[in-house]
Design a protein around this ligand. Structure first.
Ligand SMILES: Cc1cc2nc3c(=O)[nH]c(=O)nc-3n(C[C@H](O)[C@H](O)[C@H](O)COP(=O)(O)OP(=O)(O)OC[C@H]3O[C@@H](n4cnc5c(N)ncnc54)[C@H](O)[C@@H]3O)c2cc1C
Length: 423
């Protein structure tokens, strides 16, 4: 048992220093609360990711005062969608809230400066410190037992509230009873880095019909994100709604995509600078419950990734910020009931959108149907502009444009359709 002298106490303890945890830490510290973030790794640390930031993510980073820092990284203006021999360059749309550009930033750098920003705002950050289990007292979570990775010593960090921000595998969340709804789609992705003459392209690229060297269709979609530092991030993502999801070999698809990607990128085994690594993408709000009497779950640990495009960094920032606002209220009023509004807040913000996205996931899980849709879509720049706006969640609330109309039609359908029984 640790002695009381080694016990640390805070208003809020955040488990995990990725986008979700650092955003929660930043917003709570900004509101004047005593918050500690623990991260089992030491920054700068790698995180397997496409490194792509959309306008929504740029907006959140700007809100955290990081617009100037972002300017040091590679800025891009839109998406080049490639399929069936056609390439369409689609600019990010004008939007009253979100900027018309994104960035590509290596996660080892992004997560480091976002965590440092939380510390600058007043959060305590313990790196190399892993939460090994919750402290439960009288049935309530009251902190975590943590282990110092260097010394191997364990101690307690106590807090009135605990935020679960430990990412896709969320072992801490599972210890509190969270679980994935198995009929919701889940993503899987793999990425590697390559040197490229086009590392400073102003477009990110997405391949919507990935084929092997013999021209056979492969499941999933491919991406090529230029980093502006001599390298590009190349990856493949696919959804559990694909018929053969469980037997898919992502390394094989990644190798075939790298071999068949447009020549101008200069992708080859000789230009590879890393061994590809992959991970799971919990999406569409698939993890439940998201809140307990004294704890709240954010980011990938809550299954917050957008199923339309696999984007999770922004949703981690957003859910962290929402959780921080409720914790702020709970701490100010002394009434923890504020936390119980979190599911309703998430539902209002993402409920219908994610339901439409889950419906879409069922469609793209059928390669033949998906091929037909992309074949039609790629004939029309206007249609693809709408698709981009819907998929990146950049619809404008202030005007009912065509994209909003298409989305509303899909949303009306999603409202009445039942969830599939099993993914
Ligand atoms: C291959 C791939 C490509 C992707 N590409 C993109 C993309 O281009 N754009 C995008 O927006 N999203 C992308 N995503 C999704 C994105 O990576 C996640 O949605 C995002 O990282 C979620 O942030 P998070 O803070 O919830 O979790 P994480 O980023 O996973 O952070 C969790 C943190 O918690 C720490 N931790 C875990 N357990 C403990 C513990 N017990 N104690 C202390 N610390 C702990 C971890 O070390 C980690 O630092 C991709 C995902 C994958 C797998």
């Amino acid at each position: 048992m640790p002695s009381p002298a080694t016990t640390e106490t805070h208003d809020v303890l955040v488990i995990g220093g990725g986008p979700a945890g650092s955003s929660t830490g930043y917003w709570l510290a900004r509101a004047g609360h005593d918050v500690a973030v623990i991260e089992r790794k030491t920054f700068p640390r790698e995180k397997t990711c496409g490194d792509g930031l959309t306008p929504r993510a740029v907006h959140q980073l700007t809100e955290m005062g990081l617009a100037g820092t972002l300017e040091r990284y590679h800025r891009y203006t839109g998406l080049r969608a490639c399929a069936h021999g056609i390439a369409l360059e689609l600019q990010w749309p004008e939007h009253p809230v979100f900027p018309s550009h994104g960035y590509v930033v290596r996660r080892r750098e992004l997560d480091t400066f976002v965590a440092e920003n939380a510390v600058a705002a007043g959060a305590v950050l313990h790196q190399g410190t892993e939460a090994v289990g919750p402290i439960v007292e009288r049935g309530l979570v009251a902190g975590a037992t943590v282990k110092d990775k260097d010394s191997g010593e364990t101690r307690e960090i106590r807090a009135r509230y605990v935020v679960v921000a430990d990412g896709a595998n969320s072992r801490f969340g599972r210890a509190l009873g969270t679980a994935r709804r198995r009929n919701y789609p889940q993503g899987m992705a793999i990425r590697g880095y390559f040197e490229s003459p086009l590392h400073a392209e102003p477009w990110i690229e997405s391949a919507l019909d990935v084929r092997d060297r013999h021209g056979n269709s492969l499941p999933g979609y491919g991406w090529i994100f230029p980093l502006g530092d001599g390298q590009i991030n190349v990856g493949i993502g696919l959804l559990s709604t694909f018929r053969d999801f469980k037997s898919v070999n992502t390394t094989h698809i990644m190798n075939e995509f790298a071999a068949t990607a447009p020549e101008y990128w200069g992708i080859s085994p000789d230009t590879a600078t890393s061994v590809p690594t992959g991970g799971r993408l919990p999406m569409g709000g698939s993890i439940h419950p998201k809140v307990g009497p004294t704890w709240i779950v954010v980011g990938d640990a809550a299954g917050s990734i957008n199923p339309f495009n696999g984007e999770g960094i922004d949703y981690a920032y957003e859910t962290g910020r929402m959780a921080a606002s409720l914790l702020d209220e709970a701490l100010q009023t002394g009434d923890g009931m504020a936390l119980q509004r979190y599911p309703a807040l998430l539902e209002a913000e993402y409920g219908l959108y994610f339901k439409v996205a889950r419906l879409f996931a069922q469609v793209i899980g059928r390669p033949a149907l998906m091929r037909e849709l992309t074949r039609v879509g790629m004939q029309s720049r206007t249609l693809m502009d709408w698709v981009l706006r819907i998929m990146a969640n950049l619809l404008r609330p202030d005007e009912l444009g065509a994209a909003e109309a298409v989305y509303k039609a899909a949303a009306a359908l999603a409202r009445v359709l039942p969830e599939p029984t099993l993914a």
